[in-house]
Ligand binder design. Structure first.
Ligand SMILES: [Zn+2]
Length: 335
């Protein structure tokens, strides 16, 4: 009996001590950090995916980006069938070919502690990724095919003055479990989802609370707020959003809705930024809902860039021609 309780206690401690995996990345010499954000992209180059990739290469070079963030739905329609699925190369390796989008190795002060990244992707398996072999996207075998690929469900990138927390939002959405229609989801490692989501929220809350970063960014696949086809995600608005608000998050970035969008929260400094236009765009599919705080909405293809220094942030949205559609600047005063 005593052994039994000892085991339970140990496992509870393990749960309590669980932490999101952390990757450290030094800012550039001038203290700046730049990256691109792209979502909902993998269609073997079709639906202007290749054109968006081409413009990402140009903007990436101009901004001397440190990495690329994917907001999920990496491979359509049903994720990857396995680690050998040729779709991985057809929709990723062979598409994002520009020099600025290639892996770049930085030398750090503590190189043995640093995982240096240029392309952070897969992390947020989108709902379409969960319809295939979700674990294939997490497999190290993909990194052997293309070493830019880093794929985790939830993790943290600590880039000195900015911290980016990636949250696996698909398991939050109840309808995928209750009414999957004719789709089959790969929930290995997720069941029971309530337990998974509760622990994830605790990890996110603790990471944000302990963060000393000047800029706090959270990335998910689903929108907290959006006027696009899918609209708001009530599960995130109820469970995740209060944590972001209470812990001084600056930006929540997502994909899922195939558009580019910027909504300012009216009760906190949080900016909701949707970048889900990496290939097929909604084109005219807009909800007639609450538009409070809406700054920008574009239902064609494109992506966004982020440039951060300790006091300043600049967000820029681009279309498929690389034309600037919308810019947002923010400055923080620090004591
Ligand atoms: Zn999606």
């Amino acid at each position: 009996m005593a052994d039994h309780w000892f085991i339970i206690l140990i496992s509870m401690l393990c749960v309590a001590a669980a932490e999101l995996e952390r990757f450290e990345l030094p800012a550039k010499g001038d203290g700046s950090l730049s990256f691109l954000v792209i979502g909902d992209w993998g269609r073997r180059g079709a639906f202007n995916q290749s054109q968006v990739a081409f413009q990402m290469g140009k903007i990436g070079e101009k901004l001397d980006i440190d990495f690329v963030v994917s907001t999920g739905d990496n491979f359509y329609d049903n994720g990857l069938s396995g680690p050998q699925d040729p779709v991985f190369e057809q929709s990723f390796t062979n598409i994002y070919t520009a020099n600025s989008l290639q892996k770049r190795w930085f030398s750090g002060k503590l190189p043995f502690l640093l995982h240096i990244l240029n392309w952070l992707t897969g992390h947020l398996l989108g709902n379409h990724d969960y319809r295939g072999d979700a674990e294939a996207q997490l497999s190290h075998l993909l990194r052997k095919i293309d070493s830019r690929w880093l794929c985790l469900r939830s993790f943290i990138v600590d880039a000195e003055h900015a911290e980016i927390i990636f949250v696996d939002t698909t398991p939050f959405v109840k309808s995928y479990f209750l009414d999957p229609e004719d789709h089959t989801y790969d929930w290995r490692g997720i069941h029971p989802s309530k337990h998974y989501v509760t622990n994830l929220l605790k990890d996110v809350e603790r990471a944000l609370r302990e963060s000393r970063a000047k800029w706090k960014i959270v990335v998910g696949h689903h929108a907290i707020r959006s006027i696009g086809h899918h609209g708001d995600t009530p599960e995130l608005a109820t469970h995740l959003f209060p944590i972001l608000k209470a812990n001084g998050v600056d930006f929540y970035m997502n994909g899922h809705d195939h558009c580019l969008e910027h909504i300012s929260d009216t009760e906190s400094p949080i900016q909701f930024l949707t970048s889900g236009a990496g290939s097929k765009a909604w084109r005219g599919d807009v909800k007639r809902v609450n538009r409070k705080g809406l700054k920008f909405f574009y239902d064609g293809q494109g992506f966004l860039s982020v440039k951060l220094t300790p006091p300043d942030a600049e967000i820029v949205f681009y279309d498929v021609y690389g034309k600037i559609l919308h810019t947002w600047n923010a400055t923080k005063q620090f004591i």
